[in-house]
Ligand binder design. Sequence first.
Ligand SMILES: [Fe+2]
Length: 263
Amino acid sequence: MDAAVRLLQFSDPHLFASPEGSLRGVPTLASMQRVLAHAGRRRLNIDALVCTGDIVNDEPEGYLHFARELAGFGKPVYCIAGNHDDPARLRSALSRPPFQVGGHADLGAWRIVLVDSCVLHQARGRVSAAELSALDAALRACERYAMVFVHHHPVSMGSRWLDAVGIENADEFFRVLDAHPQVRAVSWGHVHQCFDTRRRGVRLLATPSTCAQFLPQANEFAVDGRPPAYRRLTLQTDGTLETEVVWVDEAAAALDSASGASA
Ligand SMILES: [Fe+2]
């Protein structure tokens, strides 16, 4: 309980059955590999990875690529489903360590809680009554600080098309969180962009995709040209946290290679 917890959150890899599959011009497997290699070169000394959904892009065969790439990282990998995932196939493909789908995990002074916000065959999100009650139970039985991960966004992203596909019962979700003051942060994927705000002292974060990004503040769907990214999180023993989004652009990759670091 005396050391900070270091997490790497990555999101929305959108893998296909074919290793060459691409989303909006970005080959998704190669892009995820580049993100993981970049994090590896940084020697972040992480304790675990968290993937906040859309692991595949409607092709469950993609879970094989995910399992192969992440097993090699040598750390626990906590996962939740996104709207492009197949929940049953995801659970069976990632049923053994280092993978955990849903539930919660205790790491040092923190508990991380994985919340399923998916509605089958729908882009929008909803946290079911069962999932709300599991969240409440995970927080009620816990004296640790808590961080919650979920796929869909529980607040407005200031973007008309995205705001139609967030968590439709966000008020119920926040009612549970508000009852547990040890909750320090919520982080999600789905929106393929960076976001960082606070609500009642709780940090609210969105993490960009490991492939293509969406243009922030856009009222209609629009792709953003920003590069793949991941989020680094350091959860301190006093309940505070430090975080940054790392954009994996070509310049940064070249700089790392030149410094002699190896993946
Ligand atoms: Fe996505």
